[in-house]
Design a protein around this ligand. Structure first.
Ligand SMILES: Nc1nc2c(c(=O)[nH]1)N[C@@H](CN(C=O)c1ccc(C(=O)N[C@@H](CCC(=O)O)C(=O)O)cc1)CN2
Length: 305
């Protein structure tokens, strides 16, 4: 294995330390405590874990955490009423609705009902438009985390060929916008892309965000490339044996076949322990940024795009 492993867990820790330091200053100098409201609808087990971790890390950084757990059959009207209440609450600087939402709720409608200034996920249509036109916006957490790791690894990204595999609104598209803003030559590849392996092999920066376990093989990676794996896929791992109930144990893998890619790449993020921890760290960073903007105060250095 030749690639340097980019330690997202350690990097996220440094981001959280910066957040905590800025929160302490906001409290001491301005008597402001940033507040993050997280809304969870339903009982999806993975979402419950993410929401618990968000609340815990928010408090650990010195901010206020407001958790709203709603039953899976919550009506759209009730959810929109809660968001309206949070929009109006001056103690709440950031609002996040955990995705995915149950099928009967219209995610676009719900996200677009959040005050764009409090939209710490950066998913509101106004923030999408601002990012796309190079204006100040809230930046989606996962792509922001990827960008921070890339800048830390490579310094200037200017002129590099970047290929983003995946065109989701949450990761692929905003990731491409951020790379373009850093003057990369950007290609978005997806399920219909012709010669996708060849397209990927041209990438100095390869970001995998397709949600297909180990789709991208080492033979798709340009020697020395920086590979960012956004995928979090739970797959059966017969090599780990059986659980007590007789079912096969599972493990997490990314969208990149790690061993073969690490043999070729210059640097690569692992799964777990790569992009995932940066997602929550960047959410905390966005919350401090939102609080600073709400009070017309200078934003923290190095925590925005
Ligand atoms: N409103 C949002 N919903 C969702 C987002 C989001 O950014 N905003 N992203 C994902 C889930 N997510 C945060 O919400 C998230 C995913 C993964 C991790 C993480 O730390 N993963 C670990 C592995 C965890 C495990 O063992 O399962 C890792 O990769 O090391 C954090 C946050 C969808 N919904």
């Amino acid at each position: 294995m030749t690639a340097q492993i980019i330690d997202g867990k350690a990097f996220a820790e440094t981001v959280r330390e910066k957040v905590a330091a800025h929160v302490a200053r906001l409290k001491e100098v301005h008597n402001i405590t940033p507040g993050l409201a997280v809304v969870l609808v339903g009982e999806d087990p993975a979402s419950q874990v993410y929401v618990r971790n968000k609340g815990k890390q928010t408090v650990e950084c010195g901010m206020n955490s407001y958790e709203h757990k709603l039953s899976a059959d919550t009506s759209e009207a009730d959810l929109l009423a809660l968001i309206e209440q949070l929009n109006a609450d001056p103690a709440v600087h950031g609002i996040l609705v955990q995705l995915p939402l149950p099928d009967h709720l219209d995610s676009d409608l719900v996200i677009n009902s959040i005050d764009p200034a409090k939209d710490v996920d950066g998913f509101h249509i106004s923030n999408v438009g601002l990012l796309g036109t190079g204006q100040k916006s809230m930046v989606p957490c996962t792509p922001l985390g990827c960008l921070m790791m890339l800048r830390d690894q490579l310094g200037s990204l200017s002129g590099l060929n970047a290929v983003v595999v995946g065109r989701s609104n949450i990761v692929g598209k905003p990731m491409a916008q951020l790379l373009l803003r850093d003057s990369c030559t950007v290609t978005i590849a997806h399920s219909r892309t012709k010669d996708i392996e060849e397209v990927c092999r041209r990438a100095d920066i390869l970001v995998a965000a397709v949600g297909r376990p180990e789709m991208i093989k080492g033979s798709w990676v340009k020697p020395g490339a920086t590979v960012i794996d956004v995928g979090i896929n739970r797959v059966e791992a017969p090599e780990k044996g059986l659980r007590e109930d007789g079912t096969v144990k599972t493990k997490l893998v990314g969208d990149v076949e790690f061993d073969s890619a690490a043999a070729v790449a210059g640097a690569i993020t692992p799964v777990p322990g790569g992009v995932g921890p940066m997602t929550i760290a960047c959410l905390l960073a966005n919350t401090v940024t939102a609080a600073c903007r709400a009070h017309d105060l200078p934003e923290p250095d190095g925590l925005t795009a």
